[in-house]
Design a protein around this ligand. Structure first.
Ligand code: SF4
Length: 225
């Protein structure tokens, strides 16, 4: 078991000053779970797509790390928990390299996404459909409000859609994984999606880039200033 002293500094740092932040997150998540904006616009099917939002654990320090993914998968939707399946296991493996214990996965990181509802399968393909620009625009206020409440020090961008949402029209994952962007006191760290469907991770050079990204994360966690 990892002792508190063995954890990176940012994970040991005192919780943000107030219960106000925790309460604001819980209220935001409650409102988010009620959101049916895309369903009412005819963009999503309520039978399989409902918003996924995880409240901070009552005894955990408030996360100063936000992970922004593309959108929840089907398993996350069924289990009502982001990254509940194999992709989450892969993320835990990566974050362990950065010093985040597996047991702190949901305690140390606040999980968000470009859109918060499962978009459904891509017709004729193995993977899920990417949220449309309209869905992204409709969901953006939820993301902005979350970031305004949490005021993260580190934002992990998982997948090209999340990367482009924050860093603009980057050419490819290969051009950004293993780098970090400092902006207005926040460090943005691009990562690939950990899904087994992605072939990007088959290339050893890309696996090495993820390890470099984890070294960057470890360094930022140890010395957040
Ligand atoms: S994707 Fe976002 S905006 Fe659309 S219904 Fe879900 S929570 Fe609401």
């Amino acid at each position: 078991m990892t002792t508190p002293e063995a954890r990176p500094r940012l994970l040991r740092s005192k919780p943000q000053p107030s219960d106000r932040v925790r309460r604001a997150l819980i209220v935001l998540n409650r409102d988010l779970r009620d959101c049916r904006t895309c369903h009412m616009a005819g963009l999503l099917d309520e039978v399989e797509s409902i918003p996924i939002a995880l409240d901070p654990e009552p005894d955990a320090p408030l996360p100063r790390i936000v992970l922004v993914g593309q959108a929840p998968g089907l398993r996350a939707t069924i289990l009502d928990r982001p990254f509940a399946g194999a992709a989450g296991e892969k993320l835990r493996d990566w974050f362990e390299q950065a010093g985040i214990p597996r047991g702190d996965f949901y305690r140390a990181i606040h999980f968000a996404a470009v859109t918060r509802c499962y978009p459904g399968r891509l017709p004729g393909a193995k993977g899920d459909r990417a949220p449309s620009p309209r869905e992204q625009a409709l969901c953006r206020p939820w993301l902005d409000e979350l970031l305004a409440i949490v005021r993260p020090r580190i934002v992990l961008l998982v997948g090209l859609l999340a990367v482009r949402t924050f860093l603009g029209p980057v050419k490819s994952l290969t051009s950004v994984v293993g780098t970090a962007v400092d902006r207005d006191g926040v460090v943005y760290i691009p990562l690939p999606h950990p899904s087994g469907v992605s072939r990007w991770l088959n290339d050893p050079a890309n696996v090495a880039a993820v390890s470099l990204a984890m070294r960057i994360l470890r360094h930022r966690l140890a010395d957040p200033d």
